[in-house]
Design a protein around this ligand. Structure first.
Ligand SMILES: Nc1ncnc2c1ncn2[C@@H]1O[C@H](COP(=O)(O)OP(=O)(O)OP(=O)(O)O)[C@@H](O)[C@H]1O
Ligand SMILES: [Mg+2]
Length: 579
């Protein structure tokens, strides 16, 4: 019997006419059987999406062959059958969404398959119910939040009932609850016998697959079970990967508690191992946190409201009564479910959107003043969008990043150095990337270009909307370190993220958004202490807070506001009398 997916010495070069072009796939041979659950991980630009696009004949090998259910993807007569066999949910959902309403969009595939209307209706309904969008099926897809759009794309694929579904970073824009839903769905589809292939930069997601393929510079570097792939820390790092958050925490804890077993990958496993340590049970007071600074406020938002497409049938309220105070010299995080209004709020903080209701003040600029100098506002507050595509206009990477500084009057070697500096901050090699075409980049590379072009402006206030989405683990960690360094030089960071780990690391104060309103704010550790509320909003906890919470439930006298690995270690050392 042949495998469902068979790659035989596949080489792929995007621009085959250019003799110096590097192959994006460089001799890939692999087989995936029906019913497998496979994760593909690897550095930005390592060839993951290119490989995925070979799975349903969107790309054809330059050399070598790809067979899907025995069909050669080069044979045009099989194209339709191949696309019904393998469904794709992409990194960028907006590429995939075409129709005027969500319902029509999901019906598009089954209609093309020539199914009878009853069957189409039943499939569309089942698919939309699975992704929890049945109630909003008549809304136009382009008005949805990024996370909702990703679910529409998935519903469109489910309605085709393919044998194999490929998720190319389908969870990158989702909030923790949305990610959990998609992961459960993958698990369920897998149980139904559908082959699941998931490409991800979330190492904890990869551990849920039964097999992990690691890509490196267009080649398969590792192909093994999760426990094996995550066993060799050193090797992971050279492949731009890292351990899942719980395993990283376990590693840190083992420095103080060497009796903990190595290679614990999940929170329950780590909790049980810790719970076996002898400890006292007397209760403890919360860790004293810095009260949200009494310094002067740099940004003040009061009673802000915003309605998109006001006065049209598509009117949609995105913000209501939002309040936000950001002190000078701090770093502030925004968290909230997808669609809760974080991006809309951020776009008010550089004057891209003007207040319809309520007040916005940024430094000395009053955004309610119709004559406010918007160019000056944007010079002091730089915004990196959630979807980098929305902000990249130039043809070449170097020009894109130089665009802003040029407007500021930089030229010659000063300009060049500024561009180089910004590219290094995001981990793009200046010489390798400055002359690359912006449209011919991987998802993560594009994100880096968009970030670099904002960093190159050296704004006083840096507004970052999901800055680490789509970055590989090493790029992400390095970017976070660079941002922390910038913060230490006085740059104010305002960051929205679905990654609780990143927020815990980067920001001192947090605002929680729900349904367009700011509902909770304060010191990061205090906000994360409101565990029940966060969970009910579909948010999660950073790994250390999660393990602390589980231990607390088992009677450990841990304060409610343990946030980082360092805080957890300090508490555990004390409770177990190791000091
Ligand atoms: N349309 C394109 N034209 C030319 N080169 C491309 C194009 N798309 C991707 N590349 C290049 O091919 C290589 C592999 O890209 P690919 O998109 O497969 O990476 P990836 O592993 O999916 O990365 P990411 O994690 O950033 O999504 C990279 O060097 C990338 O710059
Ligand atoms: Mg990709």
């Amino acid at each position: 019997m042949t495998a469902l997916i068979e790659f035989e010495a596949v080489r792929f070069v995007y621009n085959a006419a250019d003799r110096s072009a590097q192959p994006a796939l460089d001799g890939v041979t692999l087989q995936i059987e029906t019913g497998e659950y496979v994760a593909i991980i690897g550095a930005n630009g390592s060839g993951k999406s290119t490989l995925a696009r070979h799975l349903n004949a969107l790309l054809l090998p330059t050399l070598g062959t790809v067979h899907i259910a025995g069909m050669d993807t080069r044979d045009r007569t099989h194209r339709r059958a191949i696309r019904q066999t393998v469904g794709m949910v992409f990194q960028r959902p907006d590429d995939q969404i075409i129709a005027a309403t969500i319902e029509e969009d999901v019906a598009f595939g089954p209609e093309n398959m020539g199914l009878p209307p009853n069957e189409i209706r039943a499939r569309v309904r089942k698919a939309l119910e699975t992704v929890n969008l049945w109630d909003v099926r008549l809304r136009p897809p382009h008005l949805l939040s990024a996370g909702q759009m990703q679910r529409v794309a998935l519903a469109g694929v489910l309605a085709m009932q393919p044998r194999c579904i490929v998720f190319d970073e389908a969870t990158a824009m989702l909030d923790p609850a949305g990610r959990r839903t998609v992961r459960l769905m993958m698990e369920q589809l897998h149980a139904e016998g559908i082959t699941i292939i998931t490409i991800t930069h979330f190492m904890d997601e990869a551990t849920e697959a039964r097999r992990i393929i690691v890509m490196d510079q267009g080649r398969v570097a590792l192909d093994a079970a999760p426990a094996q792939v995550f066993a060799d820390d050193q090797e992971l790092h050279t492949l731009s990967l890292e351990l899942p958050p719980i395993a990283l925490l376990n590693q840190r804890l083992r420095q103080s508690f060497p009796e903990l077993p190595p290679n614990l990958l999940t929170a329950p496993a780590l909790t049980s191992a810790l719970d076996a340590l002898p400890h006292r049970t007397a209760t403890a007071a919360p860790i004293a946190t810095q009260p949200p600074s009494a310094q002067n406020s740099l940004i003040e938002v009061e009673g802000l409201g915003h309605v998109y497409l006001k006065g049209t049938p598509l009117e949609h309220r995105a913000l209501r009564d939002v309040n936000l105070v950001v002190p000078e010299g701090g770093s502030h995080g925004l968290l909230g479910a997808t669609g809760s209004g974080k991006s809309t709020l951020l776009q008010h903080l550089n004057g891209l959107l003007r207040p319809q209701e309520g007040k916005v003040r940024i430094g000395d600029f009053n955004l309610n003043d119709p004559h406010v100098d918007l160019r000056a506002v944007r010079r002091s507050a730089g915004l990196a969008f959630q979807m980098p595509e929305l902000q990249i206009f130039e043809q070449y990477v170097g020009d894109e990043i130089a665009f802003g500084p040029r407007l500021q009057g930089l030229e010659g070697s000063a300009l060049r150095e500024r561009v180089r500096w910004a590219m290094e901050l995001v981990g793009l090699d200046f010489d390798a990337f400055k002359d690359r075409l912006t449209f011919a980049l991987s998802g993560g590379e594009r994100r880096k270009v968009a970030l670099a072009s904002v960093l190159a402006l050296q704004p006083a206030i840096l507004l970052l909307d999901e800055p680490t989405a789509g970055l590989d683990p090493v790029s992400r960690r390095e970017l976070l370190a660079h941002l922390q360094a910038l913060r230490d030089t006085g740059m104010v960071l305002i960051v929205s993220s679905h990654r609780m780990e990143d927020l815990a690391r980067m920001t001192e104060t947090l605002t929680v958004m729900a349904d367009g309103s700011s509902i909770l704010g304060g010191a990061a550790s205090d906000v994360f202490a409101a565990e029940g509320q966060l969970r009910s909003l579909g948010l999660g906890l950073p790994a250390a807070a999660e393990v602390a919470s589980a231990l607390r439930a088992r009677g450990w006298p841990l304060p409610s506001n343990v946030l980082t690995a360092e805080m957890l270690v300090a508490q555990l050392v004390e409770i177990t009398n190791r000091a």
